[in-house]
Design a protein around this ligand. Structure first.
Ligand code: ADP
Length: 605
């Protein structure tokens, strides 16, 4: 299976990933782009205005302005800063929600891609790993998919601030500007080293966190609750948790040491920078080149200038990192689909038409281990076929090949003589209704669970299918009847159906889809053999005229079928009706007698 799915990993780079975000905003929430620009402009406006407040007041005092003039200056700045800050806050609030919206659009694309991807992709480690990474990049406000907007704004803001302050400091000697630039760049490089350390060790961080969360999740898991109690796993889990938490503390200690060194170096460089600026500017004041208010202005501008420079470097490096994080989202979204979906030939189901499925010379395996070798099988319209065999014989794999979830490594699956690989695979899926071992109950109403669609729900059909499935009495006894919610984990007061009732619900779901081909892959495995046999009989009666494939490892459940295949050793070991196979007296007979004896001895029959 893997061999057809090798692919070239396409790399996008920071610039393309930034453009991807801009495009996503342009397509869904264009206001985010201009709001981000406005955010940067307003932040710079607030900063520059604030820079001038104290020097201007000092200047008014120096030139002995009158009290009203002084108050006017103060009022002018206060009102100005308040007004700009208010608009800035308003813009930031809108931008915040806009950014979330853009992220959610991308998240939806990821979810859609996952739900629409073919089965082999879903099982492919590289693909699922990418999904985990993509989700991680999309799952909160501080992750790259949203935080990148803050970086865009920050970068623009820092560049604008840098240019304005550079022009302003043009009057001061170049030595001050140079000392400021050099100490800032050095300070940045030291803190970059600490961040780099953190980045290089992120996998260690993730690994430990993953283990801690795994242990915590297991301790709370509903399914595991019984095992924890019965096997006394509490202490073991607690010990594991303590061990991983200690590992995490050790890791944090090492990380904090890096930051401490960076902070100390930043402090020393800051003292150096301010010292040079103080000495130089005091020298200018004493020489009568600048006034006290100008001294204040320039000195404040030096620290502002420092902030802009380190801001630019920080934002560039953050952008680089966020670009790398976004890479996984893009790789996931652009992951090549091995199946032909919409681009395949359209296949329209014609009611009343006979559909024959043929597996011709099919070989298939998982990552090198063969499950089927040169298998041939034809399922005719209306036929009831049973596939039986021991665990691991390949029953589920056969169902997945019939359903078109996997493609054979060799040979082909044909629908009325045509290779299904050429068809739109989603159209092909419309021909098949299946209930599988791991069937899903949606946290919604009974009706939606039957129709698997909340929008176009045919209530009459739902009622009819529930009745045929033998669940009418139960559903109509519930206060909200067909609107009864299922799944207690999600809905308070939801109803929990028993195993047998769930099976009937699944039967109703299958009847609702009304496809010409029906597949049952042991959805009843958790039921007792009699209940399984009953439900299979019911499926049999209600799917007359349809082709049906029944899977079971209990031979008694499927003896009503027109044809039974016993799967063993990578192929069909025996084939015939129940009676024919018993008459043969071979492997099927052996297994049947073994199982009958087992059930009789265990009092289940
Ligand atoms: P059955 O349904 O008869 O119990 P399966 O079709 O599930 O058997 O499995 C057939 C063989 O293929 C088993 O050896 C099983 O371990 C292996 N197998 C099934 N699914 C996978 C998978 N996704 N990846 C790798 N091996 C698998």
């Amino acid at each position: 299976m893997e061999k057809d799915m090798n692919r070239k990993i396409k790399k996008y780079g920071v610039l393309k990933n930034s453009l991807f975000m801009l495009q996503a905003a342009k397509d869904h929430v264009p206001s985010v782009i201009w709001l981000a620009v406005l955010d940067a402009l307003l932040a710079v406006a607030v900063s520059v205005t604030t820079l001038y407040v104290a020097p201007s007041i000092l200047h008014s005092l120096e030139i002995h302005s009158t009290l009203p003039e002084l108050l006017y200056t103060i009022l002018f700045f206060t009102m100005g800063i308040t007004a700009v800050s208010a608009v800035h806050a308003y813009v930031q609030e809108n931008l915040f929600y806009g950014r979330i919206e853009v992220r959610n659009h991308i998240l939806n694309r990821v979810r859609y891609k996952m739900s629409m991807s073919s089965y082999p992709l879903r099982e492919k480690r590289e693909f699922t790993d990418l999904l985990v990474k993509a989700n991680d990049t999309l799952n909160d406000n501080n992750k790259a998919s949203e935080a990148i907007w803050r970086t865009f704004t920050g970068l623009l803001q820092n560049i604008l601030g840098f240019v304005i302050y550079l022009v302003l400091l043009g009057r001061v000697d170049r030595v001050v500007i140079l000392a400021t630039v050099v100490t800032t760049v050095l300070g940045y490089l030291v803190s970059y080293r600490a961040n780099e350390w953190n980045y290089r060790h992120r996998e260690e961080d993730e690994e430990i966190s993953k283990r801690i969360w795994y242990v915590l999740d297991q301790a709370q898991d509903r399914c595991l609750a019984k095992d924890i109690r019965i096997f006394g796993m509490q202490e073991w889990l607690r010990g594991l948790c303590d061990r991983y938490i200690k590992l995490y503390y050790d890791f944090c200690g090492r990380r904090e040491r890096q930051y401490l060194i960076a902070d100390l170096a930043g402090l020393v460089l800051g003292v150096l920078r301010n010292g040079i600026a103080y000495v130089y500017l005091i020298y200018m004041v004493l020489g009568g080149e600048i006034s006290a208010s100008e001294f204040l202005l320039y000195f404040t501008a030096v620290s502002g200038f420092t902030a802009w420079i380190s801001g630019i470097m920080e934002q560039v490096s953050t952008l680089h990192r966020q670009g790398i994080e976004l890479e996984s989202v893009r790789e996931f979204l652009d992951y090549e689909e091995p199946f032909r979906m919409e681009e395949g030939e359209a296949l329209v189901w014609e009611p009343g038409k006979a559909y024959t499925i043929e597996l011709r010379d099919v070989s298939f395996g998982y990552g090198g281990s063969t499950v089927f070798s040169h298998l041939n099988l034809t399922i005719h319209q209306g036929e009831k076929l049973a596939v039986v065999g021991l665990n691991g014989a390949g029953k589920t794999t056969l169902v997945k090949l019939i359903c078109g979830f996997y493609d054979p490594d060799e040979g082909a699956v044909l629908l009325n003589g045509v290779d299904i690989r050429g068809y739109n695979r989603r159209d092909y899926y419309k021909l098949i209704a299946g209930v599988f071992q791991d069937f899903s109950v949606i946290a919604s109403s009974v009706a939606v669970n039957v129709a698997q669609d909340a929008k176009e729900l045919d209530m009459e059909k739902v009622r009819d299918c529930i009745e045929k499935a033998g669940l009418k009495k139960k559903v109509e006894s519930l206060p909200r009847q067909y609107e009864t919610l299922l799944d207690r984990d999600v809905h308070r007061g939801a109803v929990e159906l028993s195993g047998g009732e769930l099976q009937r619900l699944m039967l109703a779901r299958l009847l609702y889809k009304d496809s010409p081909i029906v597949v049952l892959d042991e959805p009843t495995a958790a039921l007792d053999p009699i209940a399984e046999s009953d439900i299979y009989q019911r499926y049999n009666e209600l799917t007359r005229g349809k082709s049906a494939v029944f899977i079971s490892h209990r031979l008694a459940s499927t003896r009503f079928c027109d044809r039974i295949l016993l799967i063993e050793d990578g192929g069909i070991a025996e084939e015939g009706t129940h009676e024919e196979l018993l008459k043969n007296g071979k492997r099927y007979t052996q297994l049947f007698e073994l199982q009958s004896r087992y059930y009789q001895e265990n009092g289940q029959f």
